[in-house]
Design a protein around this ligand. Structure first.
Ligand code: SF4
Length: 230
């Protein structure tokens, strides 16, 4: 089976740091200081909901709309009408559902003094609470935990499943938590590394390990991949 650490360093050597999570549309490679404020934390949480089933460029337009409408606080998000919110985030797709999700998320988190105090609770507690909110599944909750709350938890997505199954770590339909458990087993619980590794896997999936016709000849993992060309 592929060595998780080796895969990480091969990707890092090939692509360099990715600068996730983008704030204000900027990716700053190797900067792990974000989020540095409540508003940046909220931007990541909103982005994690809006990016469900769409690409990031559509999310950026929606984030800009929300900022221009001065809705970037939990209080404002929970108070705005679903209709107005839907219109503002239309570009992100599934906008009615996502407006409802954003409002429920904001209303739920309002009981805390701040997002900082919410994320200061133990990982298990924060995760269970996030998962109890309608519309927040494991991938969204873990994205918030890792990128907004800086908890050492690995985010699994369809790209991760695709790549890890092709290099021989798991089956394509692997269970979310089973694959997450493998990352936690073979890597140290390191927020910066988890941040970077997930971003690198997304980059690989876009550049080389595409759904059909992967570009294996230029893939940084092609020496160790078990299923070149699938
Ligand atoms: S060698 Fe091909 S199948 Fe394997 S990870 Fe790279 S792009 Fe994907």
């Amino acid at each position: 089976m592929a060595d998780f650490k080796e895969v990480y360093y091969q990707l890092l050597d090939a692509f360099g740091p990715q600068g996730w999570w983008p704030i204000d549309g900027k990716y700053i490679a190797g900067d792990y200081s974000k989020p540095a404020s409540e508003s940046q934390m909220l931007e990541i949480c909103i982005g994690a909901i809006l990016t469900q089933n769409t690409n990031w460029s559509n999310v950026e337009k929606a984030l800009e709309g929300l900022k221009n409408a001065r809705l970037f606080t939990l209080k404002h998000l929970s108070a705005v009408s679903e209709k107005k919110l839907s219109a503002l985030i239309r570009s992100s797709g599934y906008f009615r559902q996502k407006a409802k999700k954003l409002k429920l998320f904001a209303a739920h988190l309002l009981k805390y003094d701040s997002l900082t105090s919410f994320f200061n609770h133990p990982t298990k507690v924060v995760r269970e609470e996030l998962l109890s909110i309608w519309g927040i599944g494991p991938e969204t909750a873990d994205s918030m935990l890792l990128y907004a709350g800086k908890h050492p938890i690995f985010v699994i997505d369809a790209y991760t499943k695709r790549i890890m199954s092709r290099i021989g770590v798991c089956e394509q339909d692997v269970d979310y938590h089973a694959l997450q458990g493998e990352f936690h087993k073979y890597l140290d619980a390191d927020v910066e590394k988890f941040n970077e590794f997930h971003a690198l896997l997304v980059e690989l999936a876009k550049r080389n390990c595409t759904k059909s016709n992967p570009s294996c000849s230029t893939c940084p993992l092609n020496q160790s991949c078990e299923r070149i060309g699938v």
